[in-house]
Design a protein around this ligand. Structure first.
Ligand code: NOJ
Length: 534
Protein backbone atom coordinates (compact mmCIF):
# COMPACT_ATOMS: atom_id res chain seq x y z
CA UNK A 1 0.00 0.00 0.00
CA UNK A 2 2.98 2.33 0.40
CA UNK A 3 4.29 1.93 -3.14
CA UNK A 4 4.86 5.69 -3.34
CA UNK A 5 7.66 5.45 -0.78
CA UNK A 6 9.93 3.59 -3.16
CA UNK A 7 9.02 5.06 -6.49
CA UNK A 8 10.04 7.56 -9.14
CA UNK A 9 7.49 10.15 -10.21
CA UNK A 10 7.58 12.07 -13.49
CA UNK A 11 5.79 15.35 -14.04
CA UNK A 12 4.63 16.14 -17.53
CA UNK A 13 2.64 18.82 -19.25
CA UNK A 14 0.27 17.03 -21.65
CA UNK A 15 0.44 20.10 -23.89
CA UNK A 16 4.22 19.93 -24.09
CA UNK A 17 4.89 16.22 -24.26
CA UNK A 18 3.77 14.90 -27.64
CA UNK A 19 1.23 15.87 -30.27
CA UNK A 20 -0.69 12.91 -31.67
CA UNK A 21 -3.03 14.67 -34.12
CA UNK A 22 -0.67 17.20 -35.69
CA UNK A 23 -2.39 20.38 -34.51
CA UNK A 24 0.67 21.71 -32.70
CA UNK A 25 -0.56 20.92 -29.19
CA UNK A 26 0.46 17.96 -27.10
CA UNK A 27 -2.42 15.63 -26.40
CA UNK A 28 -3.43 12.24 -25.01
CA UNK A 29 -2.85 10.61 -28.39
CA UNK A 30 0.76 11.78 -28.32
CA UNK A 31 1.18 10.74 -24.71
CA UNK A 32 -0.05 7.24 -25.52
CA UNK A 33 2.70 6.89 -28.11
CA UNK A 34 5.37 7.65 -25.55
CA UNK A 35 4.28 5.65 -22.54
CA UNK A 36 6.82 2.99 -23.43
CA UNK A 37 9.51 5.64 -23.06
CA UNK A 38 8.39 6.44 -19.52
CA UNK A 39 8.34 2.77 -18.64
CA UNK A 40 11.82 2.32 -20.14
CA UNK A 41 13.08 5.27 -18.10
CA UNK A 42 11.85 3.60 -14.91
CA UNK A 43 8.96 5.90 -14.06
CA UNK A 44 6.48 4.50 -11.52
CA UNK A 45 3.95 7.31 -11.43
CA UNK A 46 3.07 9.99 -13.97
CA UNK A 47 1.86 13.34 -12.66
CA UNK A 48 -0.24 15.08 -15.30
CA UNK A 49 -0.63 18.85 -14.99
CA UNK A 50 -4.19 20.12 -15.56
CA UNK A 51 -5.92 19.00 -18.75
CA UNK A 52 -9.43 20.21 -17.92
CA UNK A 53 -11.52 22.79 -19.79
CA UNK A 54 -9.88 26.13 -19.14
CA UNK A 55 -9.29 29.51 -20.76
CA UNK A 56 -5.60 28.75 -20.07
CA UNK A 57 -4.76 32.04 -18.41
CA UNK A 58 -2.63 30.06 -15.98
CA UNK A 59 -1.86 27.12 -18.25
CA UNK A 60 -4.83 25.11 -17.06
CA UNK A 61 -4.56 25.89 -13.35
CA UNK A 62 -7.63 28.03 -14.06
CA UNK A 63 -10.31 25.42 -14.49
CA UNK A 64 -13.68 26.23 -16.03
CA UNK A 65 -15.11 22.73 -15.62
CA UNK A 66 -13.86 20.04 -13.29
CA UNK A 67 -15.75 17.37 -15.19
CA UNK A 68 -14.24 17.39 -18.62
CA UNK A 69 -11.19 17.39 -20.82
CA UNK A 70 -9.89 20.44 -22.65
CA UNK A 71 -10.67 19.63 -26.29
CA UNK A 72 -7.05 20.28 -27.29
CA UNK A 73 -5.98 17.26 -25.24
CA UNK A 74 -8.61 14.83 -26.48
CA UNK A 75 -11.70 13.17 -25.13
CA UNK A 76 -12.72 11.43 -21.96
CA UNK A 77 -12.49 8.14 -23.81
CA UNK A 78 -8.88 8.87 -24.70
CA UNK A 79 -8.18 9.80 -21.11
CA UNK A 80 -9.57 6.44 -19.98
CA UNK A 81 -7.26 4.81 -22.48
CA UNK A 82 -4.29 6.76 -21.09
CA UNK A 83 -5.13 5.54 -17.59
CA UNK A 84 -5.53 1.94 -18.79
CA UNK A 85 -2.34 1.96 -20.82
CA UNK A 86 -0.36 3.48 -17.96
CA UNK A 87 -1.68 0.75 -15.68
CA UNK A 88 -0.97 -1.85 -18.33
CA UNK A 89 2.71 -0.88 -18.09
CA UNK A 90 2.76 -1.22 -14.32
CA UNK A 91 2.78 2.54 -13.75
CA UNK A 92 0.36 4.81 -11.92
CA UNK A 93 -1.08 8.18 -12.80
CA UNK A 94 -2.05 11.20 -10.72
CA UNK A 95 -3.63 14.30 -12.20
CA UNK A 96 -3.46 17.71 -10.61
CA UNK A 97 -6.36 18.55 -8.33
CA UNK A 98 -6.80 22.31 -8.24
CA UNK A 99 -8.93 22.84 -5.14
CA UNK A 100 -8.21 26.36 -4.09
CA UNK A 101 -9.72 28.27 -6.99
CA UNK A 102 -11.52 28.06 -10.30
CA UNK A 103 -11.30 30.08 -13.48
CA UNK A 104 -13.35 33.25 -13.59
CA UNK A 105 -15.09 31.50 -16.47
CA UNK A 106 -16.29 28.61 -14.34
CA UNK A 107 -20.13 28.62 -14.31
CA UNK A 108 -20.01 28.85 -10.50
CA UNK A 109 -18.19 32.17 -10.67
CA UNK A 110 -20.31 33.47 -13.53
CA UNK A 111 -23.39 32.71 -11.50
CA UNK A 112 -21.93 33.93 -8.20
CA UNK A 113 -20.94 37.33 -9.55
CA UNK A 114 -24.33 38.02 -11.10
CA UNK A 115 -25.63 39.64 -7.93
CA UNK A 116 -25.05 39.71 -4.21
CA UNK A 117 -28.16 37.58 -3.87
CA UNK A 118 -26.92 34.89 -6.25
CA UNK A 119 -27.62 31.36 -5.14
CA UNK A 120 -23.91 30.60 -5.54
CA UNK A 121 -22.62 33.83 -4.02
CA UNK A 122 -21.06 32.00 -1.09
CA UNK A 123 -18.98 29.75 -3.38
CA UNK A 124 -16.41 32.59 -3.46
CA UNK A 125 -14.96 35.08 -0.99
CA UNK A 126 -16.35 38.62 -1.21
CA UNK A 127 -15.72 41.93 0.53
CA UNK A 128 -16.86 45.55 0.30
CA UNK A 129 -13.30 46.73 0.79
CA UNK A 130 -9.90 45.40 -0.35
CA UNK A 131 -8.36 45.61 3.11
CA UNK A 132 -9.50 42.39 4.73
CA UNK A 133 -6.89 39.66 5.44
CA UNK A 134 -4.12 42.25 5.25
CA UNK A 135 -1.58 39.78 6.70
CA UNK A 136 -1.60 37.66 3.55
CA UNK A 137 1.33 37.69 1.12
CA UNK A 138 0.89 38.10 -2.63
CA UNK A 139 2.34 35.05 -4.39
CA UNK A 140 2.53 36.30 -7.98
CA UNK A 141 4.20 39.47 -6.77
CA UNK A 142 5.62 40.44 -10.19
CA UNK A 143 2.12 40.76 -11.63
CA UNK A 144 -0.18 41.59 -8.71
CA UNK A 145 -0.15 43.92 -5.76
CA UNK A 146 -3.30 42.68 -4.06
CA UNK A 147 -5.20 39.46 -3.45
CA UNK A 148 -8.46 41.35 -4.02
CA UNK A 149 -9.98 42.43 -7.32
CA UNK A 150 -13.10 44.47 -7.85
CA UNK A 151 -15.87 42.67 -9.62
CA UNK A 152 -17.57 45.38 -11.66
CA UNK A 153 -20.67 43.24 -12.09
CA UNK A 154 -21.67 43.00 -8.44
CA UNK A 155 -19.59 45.88 -7.09
CA UNK A 156 -17.71 43.85 -4.46
CA UNK A 157 -14.12 42.66 -4.28
CA UNK A 158 -13.33 38.95 -4.64
CA UNK A 159 -10.39 37.12 -3.11
CA UNK A 160 -7.71 35.36 -5.18
CA UNK A 161 -4.32 33.99 -4.09
CA UNK A 162 -3.17 33.72 -7.70
CA UNK A 163 -4.11 35.68 -10.84
CA UNK A 164 -7.30 37.76 -10.78
CA UNK A 165 -8.66 35.29 -13.32
CA UNK A 166 -8.53 32.59 -10.58
CA UNK A 167 -11.08 33.46 -7.86
CA UNK A 168 -10.60 31.47 -4.65
CA UNK A 169 -13.33 29.08 -3.63
CA UNK A 170 -14.89 29.68 -0.22
CA UNK A 171 -14.32 26.54 1.84
CA UNK A 172 -16.46 27.93 4.64
CA UNK A 173 -19.34 26.94 2.43
CA UNK A 174 -20.42 23.33 3.09
CA UNK A 175 -21.60 23.20 -0.52
CA UNK A 176 -18.09 23.96 -1.80
CA UNK A 177 -16.68 21.30 0.49
CA UNK A 178 -19.14 18.75 -0.86
CA UNK A 179 -18.65 19.86 -4.47
CA UNK A 180 -14.90 19.19 -4.23
CA UNK A 181 -15.52 15.74 -2.74
CA UNK A 182 -17.81 14.98 -5.68
CA UNK A 183 -15.05 16.03 -8.10
CA UNK A 184 -12.56 13.81 -6.31
CA UNK A 185 -14.95 10.88 -6.53
CA UNK A 186 -15.49 11.45 -10.23
CA UNK A 187 -11.80 11.18 -11.12
CA UNK A 188 -11.06 8.36 -8.71
CA UNK A 189 -13.97 6.44 -10.26
CA UNK A 190 -12.20 6.88 -13.59
CA UNK A 191 -9.26 4.98 -12.16
CA UNK A 192 -6.63 7.59 -11.36
CA UNK A 193 -4.28 6.62 -8.54
CA UNK A 194 -4.59 9.83 -6.57
CA UNK A 195 -3.77 13.50 -7.02
CA UNK A 196 -1.03 16.06 -6.82
CA UNK A 197 -3.04 18.62 -4.89
CA UNK A 198 -2.38 22.21 -5.90
CA UNK A 199 -1.94 25.11 -3.48
CA UNK A 200 -3.27 23.37 -0.38
CA UNK A 201 -2.26 25.89 2.30
CA UNK A 202 -4.72 28.53 1.12
CA UNK A 203 -8.16 26.94 1.36
CA UNK A 204 -9.51 29.01 4.26
CA UNK A 205 -9.14 32.65 5.26
CA UNK A 206 -9.20 34.09 8.77
CA UNK A 207 -8.68 37.71 9.86
CA UNK A 208 -5.45 38.34 11.77
CA UNK A 209 -3.61 35.39 10.21
CA UNK A 210 -1.46 34.83 7.12
CA UNK A 211 -4.40 32.81 5.74
CA UNK A 212 -2.05 29.85 5.28
CA UNK A 213 -1.99 26.44 7.01
CA UNK A 214 -5.08 27.21 9.10
CA UNK A 215 -6.59 24.51 11.35
CA UNK A 216 -9.79 24.66 9.29
CA UNK A 217 -7.76 23.79 6.18
CA UNK A 218 -6.25 20.75 7.88
CA UNK A 219 -9.64 19.63 9.15
CA UNK A 220 -11.10 19.69 5.66
CA UNK A 221 -8.08 17.95 4.12
CA UNK A 222 -8.44 15.21 6.73
CA UNK A 223 -12.05 14.84 5.72
CA UNK A 224 -10.95 14.26 2.12
CA UNK A 225 -8.40 11.68 3.23
CA UNK A 226 -11.02 9.88 5.33
CA UNK A 227 -13.35 9.79 2.38
CA UNK A 228 -10.63 8.42 0.08
CA UNK A 229 -9.48 5.80 2.58
CA UNK A 230 -13.03 4.59 3.04
CA UNK A 231 -14.06 4.66 -0.59
CA UNK A 232 -10.88 4.31 -2.63
CA UNK A 233 -8.23 2.73 -0.39
CA UNK A 234 -4.70 2.77 -1.76
CA UNK A 235 -4.96 6.05 -3.70
CA UNK A 236 -2.34 8.66 -2.89
CA UNK A 237 -2.42 12.38 -2.14
CA UNK A 238 0.65 14.52 -2.78
CA UNK A 239 0.57 18.02 -1.28
CA UNK A 240 1.92 21.13 -2.92
CA UNK A 241 2.55 23.17 0.21
CA UNK A 242 5.42 25.57 -0.31
CA UNK A 243 6.22 25.93 3.39
CA UNK A 244 8.98 25.42 5.95
CA UNK A 245 9.35 21.81 7.18
CA UNK A 246 7.63 22.55 10.48
CA UNK A 247 4.62 23.97 8.65
CA UNK A 248 4.56 21.12 6.14
CA UNK A 249 4.60 18.51 8.90
CA UNK A 250 0.91 19.01 9.83
CA UNK A 251 -0.06 18.15 6.23
CA UNK A 252 0.94 14.57 7.03
CA UNK A 253 -1.23 14.66 10.17
CA UNK A 254 -0.91 11.42 12.10
CA UNK A 255 -0.71 9.62 8.80
CA UNK A 256 -4.30 10.71 8.21
CA UNK A 257 -3.89 13.70 5.87
CA UNK A 258 -1.47 13.60 2.91
CA UNK A 259 0.59 10.55 2.00
CA UNK A 260 3.23 12.77 0.48
CA UNK A 261 4.32 16.39 0.53
CA UNK A 262 6.93 18.16 -1.54
CA UNK A 263 10.02 19.24 0.36
CA UNK A 264 10.19 22.80 -0.96
CA UNK A 265 13.03 24.09 1.27
CA UNK A 266 15.41 21.26 0.32
CA UNK A 267 15.26 21.99 -3.41
CA UNK A 268 16.98 25.43 -3.53
CA UNK A 269 19.56 24.24 -1.00
CA UNK A 270 20.78 21.56 -3.39
CA UNK A 271 21.61 24.36 -5.83
CA UNK A 272 23.04 26.51 -3.06
CA UNK A 273 25.37 23.73 -1.90
CA UNK A 274 26.77 23.37 -5.37
CA UNK A 275 27.13 27.12 -5.89
CA UNK A 276 28.98 27.55 -2.58
CA UNK A 277 30.74 24.20 -2.75
CA UNK A 278 29.57 23.74 0.80
CA UNK A 279 27.22 21.21 2.35
CA UNK A 280 25.95 23.38 5.25
CA UNK A 281 22.66 24.43 3.65
CA UNK A 282 21.60 20.83 2.94
CA UNK A 283 22.65 19.45 6.31
CA UNK A 284 20.99 22.33 8.10
CA UNK A 285 17.60 21.96 6.39
CA UNK A 286 17.52 18.19 6.73
CA UNK A 287 18.46 18.44 10.40
CA UNK A 288 15.52 20.83 10.79
CA UNK A 289 13.22 18.41 8.99
CA UNK A 290 11.06 16.55 11.49
CA UNK A 291 10.30 12.86 11.28
CA UNK A 292 7.08 12.15 9.43
CA UNK A 293 4.64 9.27 10.04
CA UNK A 294 5.92 5.92 8.79
CA UNK A 295 3.31 5.67 6.04
CA UNK A 296 4.26 9.10 4.63
CA UNK A 297 6.99 10.25 2.29
CA UNK A 298 8.54 13.52 1.16
CA UNK A 299 8.48 14.35 -2.53
CA UNK A 300 11.84 15.74 -3.64
CA UNK A 301 12.56 17.53 -6.88
CA UNK A 302 15.11 19.61 -8.75
CA UNK A 303 12.80 21.53 -11.05
CA UNK A 304 9.13 21.65 -11.97
CA UNK A 305 6.87 23.61 -14.30
CA UNK A 306 7.04 26.75 -12.15
CA UNK A 307 9.91 29.08 -11.38
CA UNK A 308 12.58 27.61 -9.11
CA UNK A 309 11.03 29.07 -6.03
CA UNK A 310 13.17 30.86 -3.47
CA UNK A 311 10.36 31.51 -1.01
CA UNK A 312 11.78 29.04 1.49
CA UNK A 313 15.21 30.65 1.90
CA UNK A 314 16.39 33.69 3.85
CA UNK A 315 16.52 37.07 2.05
CA UNK A 316 20.36 36.89 2.01
CA UNK A 317 20.34 33.42 0.48
CA UNK A 318 17.76 34.55 -2.07
CA UNK A 319 20.05 37.39 -3.15
CA UNK A 320 22.93 34.94 -3.36
CA UNK A 321 20.91 32.50 -5.46
CA UNK A 322 19.65 35.23 -7.78
CA UNK A 323 23.14 36.65 -8.26
CA UNK A 324 24.65 33.25 -8.88
CA UNK A 325 22.00 31.51 -10.98
CA UNK A 326 19.96 34.38 -12.43
CA UNK A 327 22.21 37.38 -12.89
CA UNK A 328 19.92 38.78 -15.61
CA UNK A 329 16.62 40.34 -14.58
CA UNK A 330 14.67 38.34 -17.17
CA UNK A 331 15.88 35.08 -15.60
CA UNK A 332 13.99 35.96 -12.42
CA UNK A 333 10.29 35.66 -11.76
CA UNK A 334 8.32 36.46 -8.62
CA UNK A 335 10.44 34.99 -5.80
CA UNK A 336 12.33 32.63 -8.07
CA UNK A 337 14.28 31.74 -11.17
CA UNK A 338 12.63 30.76 -14.45
CA UNK A 339 15.32 28.47 -15.84
CA UNK A 340 15.73 24.76 -16.36
CA UNK A 341 18.18 22.42 -14.67
CA UNK A 342 20.76 22.06 -17.46
CA UNK A 343 21.27 25.81 -18.07
CA UNK A 344 21.40 26.36 -14.30
CA UNK A 345 24.27 23.89 -14.20
CA UNK A 346 26.03 25.63 -17.09
CA UNK A 347 25.30 22.46 -19.04
CA UNK A 348 28.07 20.73 -17.08
CA UNK A 349 27.26 17.01 -17.26
CA UNK A 350 29.09 16.32 -14.01
CA UNK A 351 27.01 18.85 -12.11
CA UNK A 352 23.71 17.74 -13.63
CA UNK A 353 24.44 14.14 -12.68
CA UNK A 354 25.54 15.19 -9.20
CA UNK A 355 22.23 17.00 -8.67
CA UNK A 356 20.35 13.85 -9.69
CA UNK A 357 22.50 11.75 -7.40
CA UNK A 358 21.61 14.00 -4.44
CA UNK A 359 17.96 13.86 -5.47
CA UNK A 360 17.99 10.06 -5.51
CA UNK A 361 20.02 9.45 -2.37
CA UNK A 362 18.66 12.04 0.07
CA UNK A 363 15.29 11.27 1.69
CA UNK A 364 12.18 11.62 -0.44
CA UNK A 365 10.56 10.16 -3.53
CA UNK A 366 12.16 11.81 -6.58
CA UNK A 367 9.82 13.71 -8.88
CA UNK A 368 11.43 14.33 -12.27
CA UNK A 369 10.41 17.10 -14.63
CA UNK A 370 9.93 16.17 -18.28
CA UNK A 371 12.86 17.08 -20.47
CA UNK A 372 15.38 17.51 -17.67
CA UNK A 373 16.47 13.91 -18.13
CA UNK A 374 17.91 14.85 -21.53
CA UNK A 375 19.19 18.25 -20.38
CA UNK A 376 16.68 20.44 -22.20
CA UNK A 377 17.22 24.19 -22.16
CA UNK A 378 14.81 27.05 -21.61
CA UNK A 379 13.54 29.96 -23.68
CA UNK A 380 13.69 33.24 -21.81
CA UNK A 381 12.02 35.07 -24.68
CA UNK A 382 8.74 33.43 -23.67
CA UNK A 383 6.79 35.15 -20.90
CA UNK A 384 6.14 34.01 -17.32
CA UNK A 385 6.98 30.31 -16.80
CA UNK A 386 6.45 29.33 -20.43
CA UNK A 387 10.18 29.20 -21.10
CA UNK A 388 10.43 25.90 -19.17
CA UNK A 389 7.32 24.42 -20.81
CA UNK A 390 8.54 24.10 -24.40
CA UNK A 391 7.91 20.99 -26.54
CA UNK A 392 9.64 17.78 -25.51
CA UNK A 393 12.60 17.09 -27.78
CA UNK A 394 12.12 13.59 -29.16
CA UNK A 395 14.42 13.61 -32.16
CA UNK A 396 16.24 15.82 -34.64
CA UNK A 397 13.40 15.98 -37.18
CA UNK A 398 10.95 18.82 -37.80
CA UNK A 399 9.58 20.29 -34.54
CA UNK A 400 11.84 17.99 -32.53
CA UNK A 401 9.57 15.08 -33.40
CA UNK A 402 6.97 16.63 -31.08
CA UNK A 403 4.44 17.42 -33.80
CA UNK A 404 3.97 17.09 -37.53
CA UNK A 405 2.35 20.53 -37.82
CA UNK A 406 3.82 23.56 -39.56
CA UNK A 407 6.31 25.14 -37.10
CA UNK A 408 4.24 28.29 -36.74
CA UNK A 409 1.27 26.22 -35.55
CA UNK A 410 3.15 24.93 -32.48
CA UNK A 411 1.70 26.05 -29.14
CA UNK A 412 5.27 27.18 -28.36
CA UNK A 413 8.46 27.27 -30.40
CA UNK A 414 10.84 24.37 -29.85
CA UNK A 415 14.22 25.14 -28.34
CA UNK A 416 16.50 25.64 -31.31
CA UNK A 417 19.71 27.22 -30.07
CA UNK A 418 23.19 25.81 -30.78
CA UNK A 419 23.63 24.29 -27.31
CA UNK A 420 20.23 23.06 -26.17
CA UNK A 421 18.41 22.93 -29.52
CA UNK A 422 16.58 19.77 -30.51
CA UNK A 423 19.15 18.80 -33.10
CA UNK A 424 21.76 18.45 -30.36
CA UNK A 425 19.54 17.48 -27.42
CA UNK A 426 16.91 14.84 -28.05
CA UNK A 427 15.67 11.50 -26.76
CA UNK A 428 16.44 9.49 -29.87
CA UNK A 429 20.12 10.44 -30.03
CA UNK A 430 20.59 9.97 -26.31
CA UNK A 431 18.88 6.59 -26.21
CA UNK A 432 21.31 5.40 -28.85
CA UNK A 433 24.35 6.64 -26.92
CA UNK A 434 25.21 4.54 -23.86
CA UNK A 435 27.23 7.43 -22.42
CA UNK A 436 24.41 10.01 -22.71
CA UNK A 437 22.83 11.94 -19.87
CA UNK A 438 19.55 10.15 -20.53
CA UNK A 439 21.14 6.73 -20.14
CA UNK A 440 22.93 7.88 -17.01
CA UNK A 441 19.71 9.18 -15.45
CA UNK A 442 17.97 5.96 -16.41
CA UNK A 443 20.72 3.97 -14.77
CA UNK A 444 20.48 6.07 -11.59
CA UNK A 445 16.71 5.59 -11.67
CA UNK A 446 16.84 1.81 -11.92
CA UNK A 447 19.64 1.56 -9.37
CA UNK A 448 17.67 3.75 -6.95
CA UNK A 449 14.68 1.48 -7.34
CA UNK A 450 16.53 -1.63 -6.27
CA UNK A 451 18.05 0.01 -3.17
CA UNK A 452 15.32 0.28 -0.53
CA UNK A 453 17.68 2.02 1.91
CA UNK A 454 17.53 5.07 -0.35
CA UNK A 455 13.80 5.39 -0.03
CA UNK A 456 13.17 4.13 3.47
CA UNK A 457 16.47 4.23 5.29
CA UNK A 458 17.38 6.61 8.05
CA UNK A 459 19.93 9.28 7.25
CA UNK A 460 23.18 9.73 9.21
CA UNK A 461 25.77 12.31 8.20
CA UNK A 462 29.44 11.40 8.10
CA UNK A 463 30.42 13.79 10.86
CA UNK A 464 33.97 14.61 9.79
CA UNK A 465 33.40 14.87 6.04
CA UNK A 466 34.91 17.99 4.47
CA UNK A 467 32.49 20.88 3.97
CA UNK A 468 32.86 20.67 0.20
CA UNK A 469 31.50 17.12 0.20
CA UNK A 470 28.15 15.61 1.13
CA UNK A 471 28.60 12.19 2.71
CA UNK A 472 26.07 10.16 4.59
CA UNK A 473 24.75 6.73 5.43
CA UNK A 474 21.30 5.51 4.54
CA UNK A 475 20.27 2.46 6.52
CA UNK A 476 17.07 0.46 6.38
CA UNK A 477 16.40 -2.79 8.22
CA UNK A 478 18.42 -4.93 5.89
CA UNK A 479 20.51 -2.55 3.85
CA UNK A 480 23.22 0.02 4.55
CA UNK A 481 24.56 2.40 1.96
CA UNK A 482 27.40 4.86 2.17
CA UNK A 483 26.85 7.76 -0.20
CA UNK A 484 29.49 10.33 -1.10
CA UNK A 485 29.34 13.49 -3.20
CA UNK A 486 32.01 15.96 -4.14
CA UNK A 487 30.40 19.41 -4.32
CA UNK A 488 33.55 21.04 -5.60
CA UNK A 489 35.47 21.46 -8.82
CA UNK A 490 38.63 19.91 -7.36
CA UNK A 491 39.26 16.36 -6.13
CA UNK A 492 38.21 15.86 -2.52
CA UNK A 493 39.53 13.34 -0.08
CA UNK A 494 37.05 11.78 2.36
CA UNK A 495 38.48 10.30 5.57
CA UNK A 496 37.34 6.69 5.88
CA UNK A 497 39.90 5.10 8.23
CA UNK A 498 37.60 5.12 11.26
CA UNK A 499 34.60 3.60 9.48
CA UNK A 500 35.65 0.00 9.89
CA UNK A 501 34.92 -0.37 6.20
CA UNK A 502 37.51 -2.24 4.15
CA UNK A 503 35.69 -2.95 0.96
CA UNK A 504 32.43 -2.00 -0.66
CA UNK A 505 30.41 -2.63 -3.75
CA UNK A 506 29.96 0.35 -6.04
CA UNK A 507 26.23 0.05 -6.67
CA UNK A 508 26.41 2.11 -9.84
CA UNK A 509 29.13 0.06 -11.54
CA UNK A 510 28.92 -3.26 -9.73
CA UNK A 511 32.65 -3.06 -9.03
CA UNK A 512 34.42 -3.82 -5.77
CA UNK A 513 36.08 -0.81 -4.11
CA UNK A 514 38.93 -1.29 -1.65
CA UNK A 515 38.73 1.32 1.07
CA UNK A 516 41.85 2.62 2.77
CA UNK A 517 42.35 5.67 4.95
CA UNK A 518 40.66 7.96 2.45
CA UNK A 519 38.44 7.85 -0.58
CA UNK A 520 39.17 10.39 -3.27
CA UNK A 521 36.33 11.70 -5.39
CA UNK A 522 36.94 13.52 -8.68
CA UNK A 523 35.43 16.99 -9.19
CA UNK A 524 31.63 16.75 -8.81
CA UNK A 525 31.96 12.97 -8.48
CA UNK A 526 29.70 10.71 -6.44
CA UNK A 527 29.62 7.13 -5.17
CA UNK A 528 26.85 4.87 -3.89
CA UNK A 529 28.56 2.14 -1.87
CA UNK A 530 27.30 -0.85 0.02
CA UNK A 531 29.72 -2.33 2.57
CA UNK A 532 31.22 -5.75 1.89
CA UNK A 533 32.25 -8.13 4.65
CA UNK A 534 35.93 -8.34 3.82
C1 NOJ B 1 0.80 26.10 -8.19
C2 NOJ B 1 1.06 25.61 -9.58
O1 NOJ B 1 2.22 24.81 -9.55
C3 NOJ B 1 1.22 26.83 -10.46
O2 NOJ B 1 1.65 26.48 -11.75
C4 NOJ B 1 -0.08 27.58 -10.49
O3 NOJ B 1 0.09 28.78 -11.20
C5 NOJ B 1 -0.58 27.90 -9.08
N1 NOJ B 1 -0.45 26.81 -8.17
C6 NOJ B 1 -2.04 28.28 -9.11
O4 NOJ B 1 -2.83 27.15 -9.38
Amino acid sequence: MTWYKNAVFYELYPRAFADGNGDGWGDFGGLLEHLDYLQWLGVDCVWLTPFFPSPLKDDGYDISSFYGIHPQYGTLEEFRLVVDEIHERGMKVIPDLVMNHTSEEHPWFRMARRSRESRLRDFYVWSDTPDRYAGTRVIFCDTLDSNWSLDPVSGQYYWHRFFASQPDLNYDSPRVQQAMLDIIKYWLDLGVDGFRVDAVPYLFEREGTTCENLPETHAYLKRIRRYIDETFPGRVLLAEANQWPKDTLPYFGDGDEFHMGFHFPLMPRLYMALARQDNASIIDILNQTPDIPACCQWGSFLRNHDELTLEMVTPEDREFMWNFYAPERDQRLNMGIRRRLAPLMGNDRRKIALMYSMLYTLPGTPVLYYGDEIGMGDNLALPDRNGVRTPMQWDASLNAGFSSCAPDALYSPVIDDPVYGYRQVNVQAQRADPASLLNQIRHLTHTFKRLPALSEGRLDWLADAPANSLCFWRASEDQRLFVLHNLSDAPVSIPTAHLGLWAARNELTGQRVEIGATLVLPPFGFLWLSPLGS
